[in-house]
Design a protein around this ligand. Structure first.
Ligand SMILES: Nc1ncnc2c1ncn2[C@@H]1O[C@H](COP(=O)(O)OP(=O)(O)OP(=O)(O)O)[C@@H](O)[C@H]1O
Length: 236
């Protein structure tokens, strides 16, 4: 038996005549923080949308592991606006909880505490900082108590303290057992946070590696990124 919680094999996706993902395979293990990197337009968001079921017309197969007979729960934080801007954090969470059929407010209160949004004094979301908004989106995803959390460039636009807060939060969730798949261009953050890295280039995951191997061999992610995504690269 393998230890994968999420696998996708032979994924093919095209928009009109543009082939974006070309027989791509990705393997995410239980308990890891998998950092997905690649150039702008390489297909990271497309892949994450496929993995989360937001895109259905693709080729290949996605498989989510089962624990005790139940498929692992997956939640996603993507950049689509999905918040009610005139409502406060609790009201947004309540709306999401209703959609999920959760009627116990204690779960909302617990999750808001986890992301540090309990003392927002009834402020509407349209007065939130970007960091607070990102934490609220994360809280909405956490309401589902997921086994796998998928985040698409969650640090975009955050200031250094917002990035650090988000990193601490994700590390905390991971320590509690949550598997995390995160796409980002901020390689220095992934170096601090990820356990594994996948480099998406020309429609495939060209390279997967464990961060501790890179550290042991004193290879920076930036160097690897450049090596694997430049034209005429060597793939070894
Ligand atoms: N709905 C769509 N219709 C047509 N083309 C699309 C659509 N969505 C994405 N694309 C194209 O597919 C390619 C991959 O886009 P995608 O957003 O998946 O890349 P990305 O790696 O996430 O990029 P970035 O790092 O800039 O966010 C791009 O060329 C993009 O223009």
């Amino acid at each position: 038996m393998n230890n994968y919680i999420l696998t996708a094999e032979n994924i093919k996706m095209r928009y009109d005549k543009n082939s974006i993902l070309k027989d791509l395979s990705i393997y995410v293990k239980h308990g890891e923080i998998y950092g997905l990197i690649g150039k702008n337009g390489s297909g990271k968001t497309t892949l994450l949308r496929i993995l989360t079921g937001l895109i259905q017309n693709f080729g290949g197969a996605v498989s989510i592991a089962k624990i005790n007979g139940y498929e692992c729960r997956l939640a996603v934080v993507i950049n689509d606006p999905s918040l009610f801007l005139n409502m406060n954090a609790f009201e947004n969470m309540k709306a999401q909880a209703n959609l999920l059929g959760l009627h116990d407010d204690s779960q909302i209160i617990k999750v808001l505490k986890t992301v540090g949004l309990t003392n927002t004094n009834n402020k509407p979301v349209n007065s939130f900082s970007l960091g607070m908004t990102q934490r609220l989106k994360l809280a909405m995803a956490l309401l589902q108590n997921p086994d796998i959390l998928i985040l698409d460039e969650p640090m975009n636009g955050l200031d250094p303290s917002g990035i650090a807060e988000l990193r601490e939060l994700l590390l905390h969730l991971n320590e509690k057992g949550m598997t995390i798949l995160i796409s980002s261009h901020i390689l220095s953050e992934l170096e601090q946070m990820a356990t594994n890295i996948g480099i998406l280039h020309e429609g495939k995951i060209l390279k997967e590696l464990a961060i501790h191997d890179a550290i042991q061999n004193e290879i920076s992610l930036e160097k690897l990124y450049i090596q694997y995504t430049r034209e005429g690269r060597t793939n070894d």
